[in-house]
Ligand binder design. Structure first.
Ligand code: MG
Length: 388
């Protein structure tokens, strides 16, 4: 029986992780659930899966949940301390990190220090703190299994191969809903337009990140840390059908790719059962029905957030954090209808120009840089005349 902690259990990856647990009750048991503030859903999940601990990041929600679960022996915790206690709980084997954003950093570190394997779905953790997380995982003998579909595909393509034989990683991207739009058309796109992803059904934040290609920039940084490769060893290819989830090219020219229908349950299940492949009731790809797979080059001049991601990655230090935090804030403002679609990249640019560089930052410094980036975005939104 594998004992798991599901962090971010009410989100898209979290609920799909629990779907997998439902299909494998004899092999997976839930020790803890965590969420930000969705009290109704997490109460239902807690009653169904009977974890020892449920933690809510929002202390008020934790208080309400504690009242609602008072007829059970489930321990209810609140705040960052609660998330950390859940992540580090002694009985766990694997922690699924599916929370959204940088709040994932501290709990992930706590889980690794407690010796738990990580099923990593929170890419911000590696983007901002990969230089801390990866050596820490190695030191503690902890495995990190990627849940991001592209990184899972790379992980599957690399399995049993010698990493020294890798020539290049081919990271695929759907291109998002605005792939064919001109830059001028992008300027008038609303949150409702951006949330219509052509292939994947995901949470709102990552769906907007997919439309801006910022998600792909974050994934390039994530891949550098996970697979120990340089920026220039990764080629991003737009593949609108989302059937090839990513690939690895070796020194003899061979390309190993992982294909399948776009369904996050596959990478989640692979991370939980590695190296086994239990049955999964997902749609099978019919190659003949599909007919053709196509590939294009991404356009960094149209999707400027993608370009700035490379700049942040090359700069290193706190700059990936500034990039990420500015994006998190800008996407929230975009979803609230307060800024336009192309303002997201503009605000990222502004934050990267405003926050001074720091190399080899510790966690404290990373969190300070995030605050500084958010402040830079907010200040610019109060004084929109300064834009550009
Ligand atoms: Mg992905």
């Amino acid at each position: 029986m594998k004992k798991i902690v599901v962090m971010g259990s009410t989100g898209s990856i979290g609920t799909q992780t629990l779907d997998i647990v439902r299909s494998h009750r004899d092999e997976l048991s839930v020790m803890a659930l965590t969420a930000c503030s969705s009290v109704d859903l997490i109460e239902k999940q807690a009653r169904e899966f009977s974890p020892r601990i449920v933690a809510m990041y929002d202390p008020k929600s934790a208080g309400e949940l504690s009242d609602r679960l008072s007829d059970t022996d489930i321990k209810v915790l609140g705040g960052m301390e609660g998330l950390i206690e859940a992540a580090a709980m002694e009985e766990a084997d694997t922690v699924v990190t599916a929370m959204v954003g940088m709040i994932g950093i501290r709990p992930t570190i706590a889980a690794i220090e407690a010796g738990h394997d990580i099923a990593l779905a929170n890419k911000e953790t590696l983007v901002c703190a990969g230089h801390i997380i990866m050596p820490l995982a190695k030191k503690n003998g902890v495995s990190i299994y990627p849940v991001d579909s592209e990184h899972s595909a790379i992980f599957q393509s690399l399995d049993s191969e010698d990493h020294a034989d890798v020539e290049r990683i081919i990271l695929t991207a759907s291109g998002g809903p605005f792939r064919k739009c001109s830059y001028e058309e992008l300027e008038s796109m609303t949150a409702a337009d951006a949330l219509k992803h052509p292939n994947w059904n995901m949470g709102a934040k990552i769906t907007v990140d997919s439309a801006t290609l910022v998600n792909k920039g974050l994934e390039v940084m994530e891949a550098c840390h996970l697979f120990g490769v340089g920026l220039d060893d990764i080629e991003v290819v737009i593949h609108p059908q989302s059937i090839i989830h990513s690939a690895v090219m070796f020194h003899d020219g061979a390309i190993m790719a992982q294909m399948g229908s776009p369904d996050m349950k596959l990478p989640i299940q692979y991370a939980l059962f590695y190296p086994r492949r239990p049955y999964l009731a997902t749609k099978r790809v019919d190659l003949i029905e599909l007919g053709s797979l196509t590939f294009e080059r991404p356009d960094p001049e149209k999707f400027k957030g993608f370009k700035y991601a490379y700049e942040a990655a090359r700069c290193g230090g706190i700059m990936p954090t500034v990039f990420n935090a500015a994006n998190e804030r800008a996407v929230a403002l975009f979803l609230e209808g307060k800024i336009g679609f192309t303002d997201i990249a503009r605000l990222i640019r502004h934050a990267m120009d405003s926050v001074p560089e720091v190399s080899d930052p510790d966690v404290e410094c990373i969190l300070d840089a995030a605050d500084a980036a958010i402040a830079a975005v907010d200040k610019m939104c109060e004084n929109p005349g300064e834009k550009n």
